[in-house]
Design a protein. Structure first.
Length: 504
């Protein structure tokens, strides 16, 4: 392992007894095929091996921890999917371990946050090295990490998107992006899409359009919502709309190169803007795939049309890459690239730091200049430790070919999930790209009546698989660390099939 990274690697607590980076796995396609083929005859596929050995848990008991959680954590911090939440003790790559040593395959990655793997050895070593030198300074002074990382990160973006403002979260980044857009355009109104999630801070909470996540407070002043381009549940959609292996069963009469659904959704947005915005508008902010909504994926040409609509009114286009960025979609490093557009502002977080709190707003020099009109400061943005980790994440994505892995393994995963959709009446829709996949559950395919997935999440957990849930309560979210393997796919799909059979 040390030779692979060209330096002495200090591993996290625990040990590795094997040589494979991805959890001690040896990928063999014949073995994978055999596992998938035997899924119907096996109660539950064998969990892929992992050579990592977590150390013994020495903290509070489960009951004591649960009591402290209830007494001392704000209710806004205690969201859980489970009647008996997992007490996580340690993690390595795509694996998590609870206080009793039980191993779980992580298909949610800390809400799409762990990109290259839990405690990835190279990222851990870079963090430990920086912690031994300097934890924190301030941008009043100069430190090499923030400047080197800014150059390295902005090199990943096209055109003149070359100026970065580092933050500590995606909410903070989206707040700042809207502020910049309003300053630059001199306009105030912005448009988002229904079911979008852009954060929970004041500006970002206003941009978010999921009712169950909003308070009775006037946070959305100047924010207008257009219908989200959901080709499964929305008013328009066809069988060839998505840039995905997963398509809807709806009919499609579009001629080649045409998408009627995209045209109609874009026209609805145009009418929303005309009716709601007083002339010039400030911004349109969107997710390339709506992650928290259950990985809702728009028609291929929709965002191209939206950019035209918004720019006609003088607005800036903001791509929220907090969940879709850093190679997760496989075919492209950024979600917006898959739609053939170049935004004016890009926001990012989550996978950027592999779990370390960090975010960023990247824009053009002209838009960035607006921040110089007053004193604006961020104590922790561009922190030396965060930038060292962010830089290591970029290196690992390249060295471990994780974007390519996301594409290849994601395709295998999608194909197997589509087979489950064809087999089970309750699997209504499979969508997504790379390792950002959504599966929507229904009571039956003809009515599309939503099927709540709460009980199924519990069964997944009991079988050693941790998955996410969409805000609608009827969607699974599969967004594992990008080191996810084909062997992991076989186990995850086998567990899913068992969950579905148990329901029957």
């Amino acid at each position: 392992m040390a030779a692979k990274f060209g330096r002495s690697v200090v591993f996290p607590a625990g040990s590795l007894t094997g040589s494979s980076l991805y959890g001690g796995l040896s990928l063999a396609r014949p073995a994978l095929a055999a596992r998938l083929a035997s899924g119907s005859g096996s109660p539950l596929p064998e969990m892929p091996p992992c050579d990592f050995k977590p150390r013994a848990y020495e903290g509070y008991s489960y009951d004591k921890t649960k009591q402290l959680r209830k007494e001392h954590l704000n209710p806004g911090m205690t969201l859980t999917f489970y009647s008996r939440p997992v007490l996580i003790h340690q993690g390595y790559m795509q694996w998590l371990f609870d206080h009793e040593g039980k191993r779980y395959l992580d298909l949610f990655a800390g809400i799409v946050t762990v990109s290259v793997g839990h405690c990835h050895p190279k990222v851990t070593a870079r963090a430990q090295d920086q912690l031994s030198r300097l934890w924190h300074t301030t941008n009043i002074y100069m430190h090499p990490n923030v400047h080197e990382y800014a150059e390295k990160l902005t090199a990943r973006l096209p055109g003149n998107l070359k100026v970065v403002y580092f933050t500590n979260s995606g909410s903070e980044a989206n707040d700042l992006a809207l502020l910049m857009a309003r300053l630059y355009t001199g306009a105030f109104d912005a448009i988002t899409l229904r079911n979008s999630y852009h954060g929970a801070s004041p500006y970002a909470g206003g941009l978010t359009a999921i009712g169950t996540w909003k308070y009775q407070l006037p946070l959305a002043l100047g924010i207008h919502n257009s219908v989200n381009a959901d080709v499964f549940r929305g008013p328009w959609g066809g069988a060839n709309c998505r840039d995905s292996l997963g398509q809807t069963p709806r009919n499609c009469d579009c001629s080649e190169g045409q998408c009627v659904a995209a045209d109609k959704y874009a026209q609805h947005a145009r009418e929303t803007i005309v009716g709601s915005c007083p002339g010039k508008m400030a911004a349109f902010i969107y997710e390339p795939l709506q992650g928290s909504a259950g990985v809702v994926q728009p028609p291929r040409t929709y965002f191209k049309q939206m950019f035209e609509v918004v720019r006609e009114r003088g607005g800036l286009c903001i791509s929220d890459e907090v969940q879709s960025g850093f190679g997760r979609l496989g075919t492209h490093f950024w979600g917006f690239e898959a739609h053939g557009v170049v935004p004016d502002i890009v926001t990012m977080a989550k996978g950027m730091g592999n779990g370390i709190p960090m975010g960023a707003v990247i824009t053009t020099p002209e838009v960035a200049e607006t921040m110089g009109r007053a004193v604006h400061f961020n104590t922790f943005g561009g922190n030396p430790v965060a930038c060292a980790i962010g830089s290591a994440v970029l290196d690992v994505i390249d060295e471990d070919r994780l974007q390519e892995n996301s594409r290849k393994v994601g395709e295998v995963f999608m194909k197997e999930l589509i087979k489950l959709r064809e087999e089970f009446e309750v699997v209504g829709d499979v969508r997504g790209k790379g390792l950002m996949i959504g599966v929507e559950m229904v009571k039956n395919k003809s009515t599309k009546e939503p099927l709540p997935v709460g009980d199924l999440l519990e069964k997944f957990k009991d079988h050693g698989v941790l998955v996410g849930k969409g805000a609608n309560g009827s969607s699974f979210r599969f967004s594992p660390p990008l080191c996810f393997t084909e062997e992991d796919v076989a186990f995850a799909v086998g567990a899913f099939r068992k969950v579905l059979l148990e329901r029957n």
